[in-house]
Design a protein around this ligand. Sequence first.
Ligand SMILES: O=C(O)C1=C[C@@H](OP(=O)(O)O)[C@@H](O)[C@H](O)C1
Ligand SMILES: C=C(OP(=O)(O)O)C(=O)O
Length: 467
Amino acid sequence: MTSPAPDDAQATSPAPAWEAPVASGPLDAAVEVPGSKSLTNRLLVLAALAEGPGTLHGALRSRDADLMIAALRALGAEITEGSSPSTLHVVPGPVRGDTDVFAGLAGTVMRFLPPVAALADGPVRFDGDPQARVRPMLPVLAALRALGVDVRAGDGSGPQAASPAEGFPSTLPFTVLGQGGLRGGAVDVDASASSQFVSGLLLAAARFDEGLTLRHVGATLPSLPHIEMTVATLREAGVEVDDSRDGIWVVSPGPVAAREVRVEPDLSNAAPFLAAALVAGGTVSVPGWPAATTQPGALVPELLTRMGGDARLTADGVLRVTGTGRVHGIDVDLRAAGELAPTFAALAALADSPSRLRGIAHLRGHETDRLAALATEITRLGGQAEETRDGLVITPRPLHGGTFRTYADHRMATSGALVGLRVPGVLVEDVETTAKTLPGFAGMWRAMVSGTSDTARVAPASPERGR
Ligand SMILES: O=C(O)C1=C[C@@H](OP(=O)(O)O)[C@@H](O)[C@H](O)C1
Ligand SMILES: C=C(OP(=O)(O)O)C(=O)O
């Protein structure tokens, strides 16, 4: 069996631009956000490596999640829907080779699955969207090679190479020639371009004969909460992880427990909805907000407060953000939460003072070069946004309508929607690219904006699936 073909690729079909709705008054909406992409895709990988059948409740169904499901099926797991599409039953099997994994543009699929493929009993060929073929992959592939795994460029038919100069792959497509198992041991990884290099290796490491001691050797380490999320999900599955030394993780070999788990809502996808309350004034609330979480979206209440909102978490887990329509600029290091940057860049463009977003050089390797994309699109609408070495400086100016290009990046689309909430005539190109993590975004956004009298109840289109 193989995972879905490149006809799933989204970059080829231009969609008509979407006119972002302008808020005509203060908002009053409760927005139900589907499951976290990062948790869903970690829990799926762990369920596929577990010692028995398990179940996810509240799983995200989106392009990234569905690509992960298809890839794990191709690698030998049985995954079926339960009473709703967000309930997934996973029956693990021996990791199967001689198969293909299509990663789309999903960092979690392209970075989490090569270490799983190293356990397979034959070659696993990886590819993705054309735009995915520039996303950095070398550190995770070089780590596998250092651990004794044969990794080759393209479909794997060429010779082994020792370095990128000689043809060792640093991007998709590549092939991992699984040998049915892996000894493991100690390895150094430069994860300054993506925390996902660390997470991917740790997720599979309990299934290596000797486990794994991974040391980060790069200058900076982005998205630490996402690594903590990996460690937490491993521990919840009974895997022993020692993270007591900065930049070193030790995973002991052992079984991954079969479990029944519930996925938290995606707090990063909640961010643009909550930010809308600051832009338009009024209140937006999100139910199911966890009291404690490893999601980087945990920073959203504090950041929105600094930008002029009022954020309160009720005892029953509803996060309620109220704004006045006035947004203040912010100087913030977003290294821990880079995936929030597009939302905060849009807010910054609508603020009453300049902003500086720092610590996010690695966004140049996200779905698109997000620093260039945000600077370009904000500038095209009359704003002032400049790239720095590690971020953006945004100086508010009066904005005008125009096309907001999205570069197949879901978070560029939600950024454009946020700008369009205040600026008439913003046309968001390919808004359906939001299906990467939030199918039905445009409808949810419109419902939030139009329900200005009684509290609008905004639920994701049911069932949530990738397109
Ligand atoms: O592990 C994860 O689930 C993620 C880690 C982060 O990646 P980077 O460290 O590459 O930014 C984040 O931006 C991405 O959206 C999801
Ligand atoms: C960087 C992101 O995604 P990915 O998991 O594809 O890296 C993101 O969702 O903002």
